[in-house]
Design a protein around this ligand. Structure first.
Ligand code: AKG
Ligand code: FE2
Length: 355
């Protein structure tokens, strides 16, 4: 498959600057007055957009480049190598998904991807166990690209540390103790790295939802970090409609997820976002990292200070997307919806055997 990409985008000029704020984590180590300003900017950014660009995250740019090179190498493998680790083999929703096989709000997403979770042994299953115990288990790795495993697991470790740091900063920005999220993260939080490739417009079948790289959705966890390669396509829903969130070198995009919405009683809302299909002749690579809480945890509403609690709107009530405070249930909800092939093979007891 050809691997054409447009050249690296320069930092946008102020006229074209996207509306999402840029927040530099290095300011946490600066003067007290600026630290306080940083915390209020962080709170305002998540409150208003549910999303922001983060800089000063400390992950080495050369390492990120090497992960994108490996991702490019993975997607260029012969199709049979990719299909040998297809997600449908895995009750844990790990492995490769072909373009068009994942669904968002019932419509096919035009992207191929590799899902890698925390490398843990499967939990015992049985009639007395909740169905979400099946989410935990080993990953599937391509035999023909052995370098991928150590790199992706190292990325997962580093992005977990960055996300945990952002979450403790979010707690402080809410005037709560910085360890407020630790009891729900537990020592086994839900971690997921997704390597993604969006084919260009010319490679998408005509019967696919117009331009749907991935359809509008909220992420189910606490926080997501999106590492974007060179091509644009990510958009976040704002008061003024869809806002482009182009790649900016050295940054990650941080999205608030559903569990953060629940934990703050809707003071923060999870970002609704989507990816539009790249133009003909180009494709787009991204790598997303999702941090959720421990699967066996029920997310409590955090005790916000009175002035902030007064501004909490409650979690959104969307009949098409109920939010569950049971982390296992909330995680399984979005996995089953996105991957109907895995659902019918491994969760027929829940969804009915349809395929
Ligand atoms: O590819 C991206 O930029 C975002 C991906 C995303 O939103 C997701 O996989 O949940
Ligand atoms: Fe997402």
């Amino acid at each position: 498959m050809s691997a054409k990409e447009s050249p690296v985008t320069a930092l946008p000029s102020s006229a074209e600057r996207p509306p999402l704020p840029f927040l530099d984590l290095a300011r946490l180590d600066g003067a007290a007055a600026d630290r306080a300003l940083f915390l209020s900017e962080l709170r305002a950014a998540i409150r208003r957009f549910g999303a922001f660009y983060v800089t000063g995250h400390g992950v080495h740019p050369a390492f990120i480049d090497s992960v994108f090179d490996l991702s490019r190498g993975f997607f260029a493998l012969p199709e049979q190598d990719k299909l040998s680790i297809e997600m449908v083999n895995s009750p844990h929703f790990r492995g490769y998904t072909r373009a068009g096989w994942e669904r968002t709000r019932g419509l096919a997403d035009w992207r191929e991807q590799l899902d890698v979770g925390a490398e843990r042994t499967a939990l015992p299953q049985g009639p007395d166990q909740p169905p979400w115990v099946r989410l935990q288990g080993p990953n599937q790795w391509p035999e023909t690209l052995p370098e991928l495993r150590p790199a992706v697991l190292r990325l997962q470790d580093q992005l977990t540390a960055v996300s945990r740091r952002i979450l403790s900063t979010v707690a402080v920005a809410l005037r709560l103790p910085e360890d407020s999220f630790d009891p729900i993260l537990t020592d086994q939080p839900t971690q997921l790295v997704k390597l993604i490739r969006y084919p260009g417009h010319d490679a998408v079948p005509a019967d696919t939802a117009e331009g749907q790289g991935v359809g509008p959705h909220k992420d189910s966890g606490l926080l997501t970090l999106v590492l974007q390669h060179r091509q644009s396509g990510l958009q976040v829903e704002t008061d003024g409609g869809w806002a482009d969130v182009p790649p900016v070198p050295g940054t990650f995009v941080v999205n608030a997820g559903e569990l953060l919405e629940l934990a703050t009683d809707g003071y923060f809302r999870a970002a609704v976002h989507r990816v539009v299909t790249p133009p003909a002749g180009v494709d787009r690579l991204s790598t997303a990292f999702f941090l959720g809480a421990g699967l066996d945890v029920r997310v409590p509403v955090l005790p916000l200070p009175d002035d902030l609690a007064a501004e909490a709107r409650g979690p959104e009530r969307d009949p098409l997307n109920p939010l569950y405070s049971s982390v296992g249930e909330n995680t399984l909800k979005s996995r089953l919806r996105s991957h109907p092939d895995v659902a019918s093979r491994h969760y027929a007891d829940l969804v009915g055997a349809s395929a």
